[in-house]
Design a protein around this ligand. Structure first.
Ligand code: GLU
Length: 443
């Protein structure tokens, strides 16, 4: 039996962290089992659903690397994959329940009759046995069993009905979704039973909370997947972070890639307790991924942020820029932060903006010109040669290397902290170093 799982978003908003998390666990299970991952668009709320949201959800999934095997754009043998294109199927099947007496008509609506003494318990792959008291289906005031609307008077199916018809005809084997749907499952099971259809396995995923232990929402800051992209988080890191919400790849495996996660993932190891969205952890994971990137790939992630800052990254060749980022070592938790820390390689502009000559004494200012002259005497323009030259000169003059190196650093980078200043000078090149020092009257 081939595993078939689905992610079934309603296109009524962007792809949020919760949706991304559900999509990701479905994707992992499909890849882990060699099965199929299906995207189904639940757009029966005609007023709130838009094609634009459908597009953002799909591009959010692609950004996270969650490619689907069947879906509205990808096609497949179990389509159509938008609920709004399956209305006929919902109508036909509702008719079956009317003709066998399980449902009745009320005007244009079709309603499922809930009979007394129904068994509402089920086994969940994450939560275990779930016993739902039958009062879940009882009217609070009268205590009478509430029937289940299948088709509303406007002709649209309800969520609980459409999801059962679709999961059945799409041959979904595992329904993996947020735990907020646990309370819907018993109703869906009644419908499976009435149709005489085989039920899928259910696996509900724990809730994601903010650090204050409240359900994750806008109050906690960014929630849409795109906001994370725009802040400089990388898809691999967000993937890694989301995978760790409710699952663990093993004690010492915190940083991993898609393939590794897909190899190790187990639905039965998903925890029941809510997981906490910890932004510090996301920063840490992002930094670890950023560090490990191949220099040219890292450059591709940083470039858009330089451009966003108005820095002319295109004026330089990629090898130079990639080398600059390599010099930055592991600095920067996000691509945006790293772009900011390394702006001086791209342009002198930000250095001028940060520059102030406070703390540079007249003596130091005069000495800098000689110091620079000594640097230009280096046999070659390399970090080692520049450093040796600087050392020899400061020793000869009996001055502190630190004072000169700090001033040089500040004139080249506009920062008090940077990678080794001679490495920076070597990479910037003789002409650029000369320009910058001359501009500040130091060279
Ligand atoms: N459209 C539903 C939602 O977005 C799908 C729930 C399900 O997976 O059954 O919550």
């Amino acid at each position: 039996m081939t595993t078939r799982v689905r992610f079934a978003p309603s296109p009524t908003g962007a792809l949020h962290i919760g949706g991304g998390h559900t999509a990701l666990f479905n994707w992992l299970w499909a890849r882990r089992t060699g099965g199929k991952f299906i995207l189904r668009i639940e757009d029966t709320d005609m007023e709130r659903s838009t094609p634009e949201y459908e597009d953002t959800i799909m591009s959010g999934m692609k950004w996270l690397g969650l490619e689907w095997d069947e879906g509205p754009d990808a096609g497949g043998s179990h389509g159509p994959y938008r609920q709004s294109e399956r209305l006929e199927l919902y109508r036909e099947n509702a008719e079956k329940l009317v003709s066998d007496g399980s449902a009745y008509r009320e005007g244009d609506a079709v309603i499922f009759k809930v009979r007394p003494d129904v068994d509402l318990s089920f086994d969940d792959m994450v939560y275990g046995r779930i016993e739902t008291a039958s009062d879940a289906l009882q009217d609070r005031d009268s205590g009478a069993l509430k029937d289940i609307v299948l088709i509303k008077s406007d002709g649209m199916p309800t969520y609980n009905y459409a999801v059962v018809v679709d999961d059945h005809f799409m041959e979904i084997t595992h329904v993996i979704r947020g735990e907020d749907h646990i309370s819907n499952t018993p109703k869906q099971l009644l419908l499976y039973k009435a149709f005489g259809w085989k039920t899928p396995y259910f696996a509900h995923l724990p809730m994601i909370l903010g650090k204050d232990k409240k359900k994750l929402s806008k109050r906690h800051g960014a929630t849409s997947v795109y906001e994370f992209r725009d802040m400089g988080y990388m898809p691999d890191a967000v993937f890694n972070f989301l995978a760790l919400l409710g699952w663990s790849a093993g004690e010492d495996r915190e940083i991993f890639g898609r393939e590794e996660a897909a190899r190790l993932f187990e639905l039965s190891k998903v925890t029941r307790k809510p997981s906490v969205f910890d932004p510090d952890k996301l920063n840490y994971i992002n930094q670890e991924h950023l560090k490990r990137l191949d220099p040219m790939v890292r450059l591709a992630h940083i470039k858009p942020f330089w451009e966003e800052m108005g820095l002319p990254a295109d004026k330089h060749d990629d090898a130079y820029l990639a080398e600059a980022l390599t010099l930055m070592g592991g600095r920067g938790q996000t691509a945006k932060e790293l772009a900011g820390f390394s702006d001086y390689y791209v342009s002198f502009g930000p250095v001028k903006e940060r520059w102030n000559s406070d703390g540079i004494s007249g003596e130091l200012r005069a000495g800098m010109k000689e110091f620079y002259a000594a640097l230009t005497d280096a046999p070659e323009w390399s970090s080692d040669a520049l450093e040796a030259q600087a050392r020899a000169w400061t020793e000869e003059k009996g001055v502190k290397m630190k004072d000169y190196a700090m001033t040089l650093r500040f004139a080249l980078t506009g920062m008090k902290v940077s990678p080794g200043v001679f490495e920076v000078a070597a990479l910037l090149g003789r002409d650029e170093v000369k320009n910058r020092l001359a501009f500040f009257g130091l060279g």
